[in-house]
Design a protein around this ligand. Sequence first.
Ligand code: SF4
Length: 467
Amino acid sequence: MLIEKTIACIEALLKGMVFDCRSCGQCVLRQTGLICPMTCPKGLRNGPCGGTLDGHCEVFPDKPCVWVRIHQRVAGRTSLEPLPLLPSPDARLYNTSSYINLLNGSDRPTRQPLSYLNLGQNRTRQPLQTASQLERTLKLGRFVRTCEVRPPRRAALDSLLKQIQHIQGHFDAVNATAYLNARPSLPSPVTSAKLAELGLEAICQSTCRDHTKTSFIAELLQNQLNQVHNVLCLTGDSYKGQPRIKQVFDMDGALMLYEARHLRETGIVHFTGEKIPDAPRPWLGAAINPFTTPPEIPLRRLKQKALAGADFIQTQLVFDVPAFERFMAGVRQEGLDRDLFVIPGVPVVTSRTALDMLPKVPGVHLPPEIAARLAGAGPALEAQGVALARETAQRLSQIPGVAGVHLMLFGPSHEVLPEVIEALPRQRLDWPVNAAAESESNPPALPVRQSPRKQGEGSLEAQACGL
Ligand code: SF4
């Protein structure tokens, strides 16, 4: 025991000096170009998070993003291959010697990359996989509109109902945000359940910042119980303004997707091996920041999230449409639009306070000419913000591979949102004409895939769709 402690101390000292090692005891330096991933302030094992911009860290903007450095060193500028998916570390091994753990094999489960699930090809054209109406709408080739509601900050639903009043009947799905700026609120599954009860298609937002693996799987069960069929898996912004809060980051966004998709495909909780009868089958979303540089990094990260199980993507705010077009060209070139539905985030800025706050939102790329246009609007800011959002949404709808728009309101009232989307095409321009015609004439008639796991009992898809 004394010998092991002595070796661990010497290792920590030497590797600390050379690699800034944080002594996780399950060393992955060989996979990460000799850069310690534990120096990421979120402790991410598969970054970068969506908060990085221009190569800088979201939490400490004066420092380079650890994961951008790792990507550049390991994959260089030419390869678009995603990095392997590393499991989250085993906390029991912290502050022990990684050399001893390597020799006795105790670090093997967390040092070896995870095997990606075989999810098939051209997944956007696969038959329905879940009970999600959003999945159905996307697969019918509709150009979808989503938006988000703010969570009530007390145990009452009046503020939520007021928001719903303005958006009901206009949007295909609604994200239920939670814990904005670290302020307590009703959790996303509670708000999502209310949305579902009122007939809206809800997207529950789960963040790694607030979840252990256990609480995340529990949330999936809660959603299943409440007929909430969409989950957006987010790494989550750091609560850097509230340093007294312990942030979880038991997973990163890709690992969270993997846990949920593993459960959906196998009925088994990946990290416990436990079989769950009638396991949740959520339609899975993820986020990506298309403006992370260099540009191959968001494409690699998107590939990794596709492999980990994402079905759709909602992106960081798009102020810079030409830059987003370049990102989408890469998405199409890599065939990612055939596996994922990409829904860009459209900012709707209608208040001066929100405009002043925008540069502080992690990962937001705001070109100076757009900032000047909004700032110069003076008292007509709301009209200008809505006009900009309409233009942006219209331009995005013309880009091949874009499956819809996701409106994010930076202002007080949801009543402006329907105006932003009213002129958008109802059908995707790049979706096969026959699929569109079929969807118009016979929307429910989507094929059902036979599941090898439930042969003789009716397929999972049939159960999920209620067919
Ligand atoms: S930007 Fe995100 S991934 Fe990069 S070092 Fe900072 S917290 Fe980690």
